[in-house]
Design a protein around this ligand. Structure first.
Ligand code: BMA
Length: 371
């Protein structure tokens, strides 16, 4: 053998035998194989960091709080704890109909705040309380509509039109010196579908129809519109069994993150310990599928319990080794004294929130999740 070929042969043998040592990451399957590099990095980090702390999230954190609206990095959570949330939730209902969303957040301001949250190093997640496409009512107008907007249905064009607006919004979220990079977003469409309050919820469509709606949403955004900055989170409301969680499941290849929305266990008559069981169950399903999971919405409206943050919320997550692997928990918006889910300065639970803050990850505690 020519000495040069021999050397090549040696290198080839070495690489073949030791290749597992060079494989830094386990194979990852995203819903979107063409997801942009920052999206893939985020997903890889979510998986790799499971069990290394739960990120805290807040809906509309930078847009308004109790008693104020609009600002430059103003946030009730920051005012109470000195830290910004790690996860920033936003809502896009009314896109294309008016310049502001259902909660009067102007869409241009939202883009700015989304960029700010991302530049701080946080995760952006977007929910969508879509209006009823058949009646024109709100998402709480639960007259059946799903069958009509599916492929082959008489109102299918309406769904496509709505998704086009959603896709354009997602693609308008840009960053970088020349606004050349899209901001990764955890999109959480058709949420709380295990309840009956939204038109896509149980009782207003069949399970197969929900699955079709989800799959069409993904394929239209990804393949037809070419939107590649999304991770997709599936987030039913409280469910009681694995089967209950999976009955409407669109399939592992259509979901990146397994979610759970749980307010019910904190309502009067509820039992916060049930949250542990439910989150554990979601964590087990997520582990089976090799996916991250999160408590995508939770909280206690107006927080009547001064020790809510430690005794009711984080204790009931971290006392279980599976539930404790949740990537984040997100509480809903701070609108007014009787409708807020994070504390604000002077709120009776504010002091307890400072204790809680030490047990979760805020944005300043995060490594670069996008590398
Ligand atoms: C609900 C309430 C509503 C709001 C909607 C969408 O839970 O907070 O007031 O309009 O979410 O954000």
């Amino acid at each position: 053998m020519h000495p040069f070929s021999y050397r090549l042969w040696l290198v080839a043998c070495f690489l073949t035998c030791f290749s597992p040592l060079f494989a830094q990451h386990p194979p990852m399957r995203l819903v979107d194989p063409q997801a942009e590099p920052a999206v893939q990095a985020l997903y890889r980090n979510l998986l790799a960091r499971q069990g290394q702390g739960i990120m805290f999230g807040h809906q509309d954190a930078l847009a308004y709080g109790v008693g104020w609206t609009g600002g430059n990095k103003r946030s009730d959570v920051h005012m109470v704890s000195g830290a910004y949330p790690a996860v920033f939730g936003w809502e896009i209902s009314k896109l294309g109909l008016q310049s502001f969303n259902i909660d009067t957040v102007d869409f241009d301001d939202m883009r700015r705040w989304i960029r700010k949250g991302y530049q701080m190093g946080g995760i952006i997640t977007i929910s969508w309380h879509a209006d009823n496409p058949v009646t024109g009512g709100s998402s709480w107008d639960n007259r059946p509509a799903v069958a009509e907007i599916l492929p082959g249905g008489p109102r299918h064009d309406k769904l496509k039109e709505e998704l086009r607006l959603v896709g354009e919004f997602m693609q308008s979220l840009k960053t970088g010196p020349f606004s050349q990079t899209h901001i990764p977003v955890v999109f959480r469409p058709w949420h709380e579908h295990s309840g009956g309050w939204f038109w896509w919820g149980r009782g207003h469509r069949k399970a197969e129809e929900y699955v079709q709606l989800w799959q069409f949403t993904v394929t239209y955004l990804r393949d037809t519109l070419g939107v590649h900055n999304l991770l997709y989170a599936y987030s039913p409301d409280v469910v009681n069994s694995r089967n209950d969680y999976l009955v409407d499941y669109p399939g592992a290849e259509f979901v990146d993150i397994l979610g759970l929305d749980d307010y019910a266990d904190f309502r009067p008559g509820g039992n916060p310990k049930k949250l542990t069981e439910r989150l554990r169950m979601v964590g087990e399903i997520a582990a089976d599928q090799g996916k991250p999971f999160a408590l995508t919405e939770t909280g206690s409206e107006a927080i009547p319990e001064p020790n809510f943050w430690t005794d009711h919320l984080i204790d009931n997550i971290t006392r279980d080794s599976v539930a404790a692997k949740a990537s984040w928990l997100l509480v809903w918006r701070n609108d007014r004294p009787d409708h807020h889910f994070a504390p604000y300065p002077g709120h009776p639970s504010a002091e307890n929130f400072v204790e809680f803050r030490k047990r979760v990850l805020m944005v300043e505690d995060l490594p670069d999740l996008y590398r």
